[in-house]
Design a protein around this ligand. Structure first.
Ligand code: F6R
Length: 604
């Protein structure tokens, strides 16, 4: 995902900017650029691909004394990953870098073009710099023009802007996308979209809040809030320990990644939700021509995401959908027909079994697609088409945010197919798009629920096993909940369809059998409730998760009332992730690096 750095000071600016961008590389990007304002003139360098290409482009540049610089790594959303679309974007005498999305950019672009602005890129970002220069013509100062610009932007953004008429200044703003200001004892001022970019360069930082904006020079930092009131600067120390700083105060990467789901889901949805349709820039609709079946193939958590998709694809797009565990698919002499679209799902894009399955499908002449979190991974390079999940790097071995983004992409894809195959009414697509828009707030961790789970976890450290149960898409979620728990707690856990328990597993029921029951309000509530009651009657210890009260449970985790079962799915997903993590922490396990597991499984 995109990254931002900024620098004001007398040190070698190119190195500071590129080093800062390198610390943000883990978020993924497809182009990068820097703009430096020094001795009254701008120097601009941009390159597609890795930072080494940018370094090559800028190799002749040597800074000399005081300068102001901004830099960016871009993950394409509006417009392809080209140099023209890479940031910083130029107006007449200003440059801007931006993370997030400007939702009203088309309207602003039309207005600015009519007034003579020349747009060079396909990005939403470029409107910011032209809008700024438009206001600069009449505003009392450059800062006033910046303030007027922000007032007209809709959407989410973190922005740095520099203008030739104020060569010692960076204008900055944060609204829904992170931005941090840092300083050091040499009087340098730095900016970063994550503190990873600032570690070792600053000793104090301010984490800006939504609505904050202002200007900075080496003499002064002025900060304002959304009501235009000046804010007192409150710097906090920045740790120089990279690992602990990268955890941003969380105990484990897994915890940070659970909390991050709100942001990465917003990133994953960005640019893909139109008012009445889903838009995947990377997908050519001809991919689906002549396709009568979809075969999904994956391993582990990604396999669970595939199972969720099988419900959604058949329900929304009326297309036959099957799901394969990659290690089984490879050796079972599958019968494949050319009207099948073969879709692999993989966080890493490198999992050996999934990759080999993809190769097999290609060899059999099937059209292929990958849903993946890593651009340029082996699967992305091999498949005919790819959709990237934009979860950013996932460090915890137990997958959390990658799963959330996979399911959100698959949900969007089911609506896309529902529209192209004319199986979903327009009103239903519109309704579900509205639901998708609320995903970032749906997965935001409720501190009270987290605290309840932390307290509750002490009751679930023993017993002879866990059953996670659910129906419909809550069945794959139950599988995923059980996988999370066993991976990091080393306790035995199984996921089961609620209705299947009475066909055998219920024989295990006793007080030492823990049942984690997913009881959504909007999907098969009564059926699931009866299944849980059957277990409760046989004295299994029940922990139910539901927005509705359930008096047969020993413990009850109350989720928020949601408008739809898919939102209940995402909220319950967070509950299961936190519950596993809290149990594992109580057991004293290394949550981020569980025994015997590797993050990327590149062996059979
Ligand atoms: C579980 C987990 C694994 C992976 C599996 C596939 O938390 O992370 O089950 O989902 O190894 O990996 P990818 O998605 O990289 O193909």
């Amino acid at each position: 995902m995109c990254g931002i750095v900024g620098y004001i000071g007398a040190k070698p600016v190119k190195k500071i900017l590129i080093d800062g961008l390198r610390e943000l590389e883990y978020r993924g990007y497809d182009s990068a650029g820097i703009a430096v304002l020094q001795q009254g003139g701008f120097s601009l360098f941009k390159a597609v691909g890795k930072l080494i290409n940018l370094e090559e482009k800028a190799k002749e540049f040597e800074s000399n004394g005081f300068s102001v610089g901004i830099g960016h790594t871009r993950w394409a959303t509006h417009g392809k990953p080209t140099e023209l679309n890479a940031h910083p974007h130029l107006g007449q005498n200003s440059y801007v870098v931006h993370n997030g999305i400007i939702e009203n950019y088309q309207e602003l672009k039309a207005m600015l073009t009519a007034q003579g602005a020349q747009f060079l890129s396909q990005t939403d970002t470029e409107v910011i710099v032209h809008l700024f220069e438009h206001h600069l013509k009449t505003a009392a100062s450059a800062f006033e023009a910046f303030r007027q610009t922000l007032a007209r932007l809709e959407g989410a953004y973190a922005v740095l802007l520099v203008n030739g008429s104020v060569p010692d200044t960076i204008f900055f703003a944060k609204h829904g996308s992170p931005m941090i200001i840092g300083r050091n004892t040499d009087n340098d001022v730095l900016f970063g979209s994550s503190d990873a970019a600032l570690i070792g360069k600053c000793n104090e930082v301010i984490y800006l809040e939504d609505g904050h904006y202002g200007y900075a020079s080496s003499d002064e930092v002025a900060l304002f809030d959304a009501q235009d009131r000046e804010v007192v600067l409150r710097y906090v120390p920045l740790s120089d320990n990279k690992l602990s700083a990268q955890k941003e105060g969380y105990r484990f990467f897994m915890e940070k990644e659970i909390y991050e789901q709100s942001t990465v889901l917003a990133d994953t949805l960005m640019g893909r939700l139109r008012d009445r349709s889903i838009y995947f820039e990377e997908i050519d609709p001809s991919l689906f021509e002549g396709i009568n079946e979809i075969k999904l193939c994956a391993c582990g958590t990604s396999y669970h995401a595939a199972l969720v998709a099988s419900y959604l694809f058949e329900r929304h797009a009326h297309i036959r959908t099957s799901v394969e565990i990659a290690s089984e698919f490879r050796y079972r002499d599958p019968f494949l027909t050319s009207d099948t679209l073969f879709v692999v799902i993989s966080q890493s894009g490198e999992t050996a079994d999934t990759l080999e399955s993809l190769k097999m499908a290609k060899k059999s002449g099937l059209k292929t697609m990958v849903i993946c979190n890593v651009d340029n991974s082996s699967m992305v390079r091999l498949a005919d088409a790819s959709i990237l999940t934009r979860a950013g790097i996932e460090k915890g071995v137990a997958s959390t945010k990658a799963f959330a983004t996979q399911v959100s992409v698959l949900w969007m894809l089911s609506l896309y197919l529902g529209e192209t195959r004319k199986t979903l009414p327009a009103t239903e697509i519109e309704r579900q798009i509205q639901l998708l828009r609320t995903l970032p707030s749906t997965v935001a961790v409720d501190p009270a629920t987290h605290e309840q789970l932390r307290r509750l976890s002490k009751r679930y450290l023993h017993g002879h096993g866990f059953f996670f149960i659910g129906r419909d898409v809550f069945y794959p979620l139950a599988l995923e909940g059980a996988l999370k728990l066993k991976e990091i707690s080393y306790l035995h856990a199984e996921g089961y369809p609620s209705g299947e328990m009475k066909h055998g597993p219920i024989a295990l029921a006793d007080p030492e059998l823990f049942t984690i029951a997913l009881l959504p309000q909007h999907k098969l509530y009564d059926k699931t409730k009866s299944n849980i009651e059957e277990l409760s009657a046989r004295d299994s210890t029940i922990c139910s998760i539901s927005p509705l009260d359930f008096d047969k449970a020993d413990d009850h985790i109350r989720t928020r009332a949601q408008d739809d079962y898919m939102l209940e799915f995402f909220e319950m997903m967070v509950v299961l992730q936190l519950l596993s993590m809290e149990i594992a922490i109580r057991l004293g396990n290394d949550v981020d690096m569980p025994r015997n597991l590797a993050k990327s499984v590149t062996v059979e």
